[in-house]
Structure formats: structure tokens, C-alpha cells
Design a protein around this ligand. Sequence first.
Ligand code: HAM
Length: 420
Amino acid sequence: MSPQFRAPKGVPEYVPPASGRFLMVRETLSAPARLAGYGYIELPVFEDTALFERGVGESTDVVSKEMYTFTDRGDRSISLRPEGTAGVMRSVIENGMHRGGLPVKLWYAGPFFRAERPQQGRYRQLQQVGVEAIGSGDPALDAEVVALADRAFLDVGLRDFTLHLNSLGCAQCRPAYSARLREFLDGCDLDEATRQRAQINPLRVLDDKRPEVQEQIASAPLPVDYLCAECAQHYDATRGFLVDLGVTWQESPRLVRGLDYYTRTAFEFTHPGLGAQSGIGGGGRYDGLMSALGGPDMSGIGFGLGVDRTLLAAEAEGLHVPDDAQVRCFCVPLGEEARHVAVSLLGRLRATGVGADMAFDSRGLKGSMKAADRSGARFALIIGEEEIAAGTVMVRDLVEGTQEPVPLDDVVVRMMGSAG
Ligand code: HAM
């Protein structure tokens, strides 16, 4: 019988055991930021539509085509958040966080919503781990943020990813560059939609992946060649700090991000195992965003890492991502008296922080051992009549295939200490 209801189209659902791996990836991606002094921020999942229009940019695909926007019961235009940076900025201004010590360093995690055409790795509800560091233009901070993302992917175990780096210039040098690029694009044979895009934001055309466009713009002027002295110095300094941090990257002078707020440092991590959706994370500096949202003129830099895509990339590399809910031992009681011993043992194991489960419903040895195998536990703790009489538990190592009787009173300590 086919189910009457299904999850919405394009929304990935994580159920055990994949959900355990999802949690593990999300935890691993956020750990480097927590080690670097970033505080957690829990943001609203929806905000005023105008926040994203003004913050992310009305001409971006994300805002103009992909937002889930609706009118609430108070006749306000509300949108599900398509990304996190604008919301963080709103919150920093509203809570006056920028009046304390600078930079304000924050991290967040959760679902974001974009009405994109669903395909492998491209979802309508996507999960990110992000950071934002606000109130400092120090290039050492650019390097810190890039390195945190790099560390996060390495800690998941990924090896095949590439970090692409570029500088997009600032309010001083960008206008002259944009004008020069627009002039160049005017001389190209582009379709009408691309031509219009060139008028609104010519930089976006640089990033067009279609071969016919790439061919035309092969000799287009590039942002790095038009950086003002401050931007060039900032880019050089950022790269110097990245060398200090041992981060390797590829210069990608055509890298342009899909959101309008970026200035200076822009970066993206790609992975070859995902097909068309190769971006596993990205970010950059945004000099004018805070003032555009009514705050003081402060710079910031951050990133968003795609949790769904990182999990796919890990699978593509054949990595073993451990299941966060996996228990260490699994009790197999044989008989009613043994069930009492098992329940009591289970309570003591869990109280000391050892993950433990048991076979319910008196299934007998064969059925219980099957359940033990399925649980992924390293050890089966078998308790039968003989063990009860001897005051022991049969500890079976499910990986090695060995077993030995252990005095009941020693089992908890043994399970805490044994490797595996
Ligand atoms: P973004 O590049 O739009 O940046 O998204 C960041 C990451 O989210 C992408 O690299 C990708 O891994 C993941 N992602 C985006 N869209 C989808 C989708 N439809 N399905 C699955 N994964 C997706 C931002 O959102 C910026 N707020 C990042 C940032 C923070 N920049 C500065 N601070």
C-alpha cells in the first residue's frame, strides 16, 4: 500500500541510521568554530521579507526566484530564511552585540529554504552550519574563517575537496571594474537573459558555467586585476595568514558568489563526488551589509557549509561516518531472571555514559543476537542461566568473534575501558 502522505518534494528526510551520520557530520562541521571562540546563535526560521531583499539582494536568484514568501495573519510579508547571514546581521544590530568586544563571533546551524529545482544534492530544505565574524576588517580574520571551514571538512574525513579563493574588490574599486566588465560584455554575443544580468550585476556573468558563455568571456577583465591598493594588500595579507595556517587553495579569479553582499575575500569549497552541485560550502567578506540593514558601518566575514552535501561527499569518498546513536554494548538476556539482571546492568552502563541497549520481548538467543548485530554494538552481553549461577556475564566481541565470562560487578568498568 503506498503511503497517503509523503514528505514535500525536494526535502531530504534523515531517518536512522542515516540520521545518526547526519548529526555526526553537523557536529563535526561546527566543532572548529566552537574551539575558536564562536558563540552559538539560534535564529528565527522566518523573517520579514524585506530583510532578505535588502540584505541578500533583490536581483539574486535566491531572493527573486527561490524564496518561500507568504503573508501572515497580520498581513505582513514573511519569508522562510534562504540563508543565515542577513538574519545574523539583523540580530547583532537589534541586540546591540556590536557595542561589546569586537569582532562578534557567532555560529549557527539549521534548515534553510530555497525553491530550487530538486536534484541530487540540491534541496528545497537544506541544512547549513555557518559562522559570521563581525566588526573587524583584519585579514587574519579572513584567514581564520577560511581555515575553520577547511578544518571542518578535513575533520569529517574529506580529502578530495578544493578550496577556491578570489577577491572581489570593494566599494572604491568595484564600480570601475564593473563598468569595464559591462563594456566588455556589451561586445559579446549573449542571450537576452544574460545581457540583462550583465546590466544588473555583470560579475554574475563571470561565474556562468555554460560552455558557450565561458568561451565568449575567456578574455574578460578579472576583479583581481582591478583591485585598489588597499584591497590588493588585504588579499595578499589574507593569503599570507592562510600559509601560516597551512591551508592550501586554488586561485579562482572567476569565482563570484550567488549572493550580492560580498566584497573582497570570496571563497568556495567544491567536491567532485556530487555531480552538478559541487559546492559543499562557501562564504566571504561583506563590507556594506551591516549599514545596508540600518546598522553601523562595520565589516564582517562568514561562511555557510552544506551539511547535506558534506554527507553526500563523505559517502562519495567511501568514508565511514560513525552513527551518532550507535551503542557500545547490547544485552542479551535469556529468561525472566536474566531480564532483571540485564535491565539493572543497562541502567548502570548508561549512568556511567556507556551507550547500551538490550533485546526486548524475550526473543531467544538467535533473534537477540541478530538484534545485537543490527544495533552496530561492539559487544554483546549475554546473560543466561549459567551466567546467573556463576555471577558472570558472557562478553562477546562482535568484531573479533571472541568471548569470555566477566564477573557481573566488573562489566561496567570493562565496558568503559575496552577499546573498539
Ligand atoms: P551559499 O553558497 O548560498 O552561501 O550556501 C552555502 C552552502 O549551502 C553551499 O555551498 C551548499 O553546500 C549549501 N546549499 C546551498 N543551497 C543548497 C541546496 N539547494 N541544497 C543543498 N545544499 C545547498 C550562503 O548561504 C551564505 N549565507 C554563506 C555565508 C555566510 N557567506 C557569508 N557568511
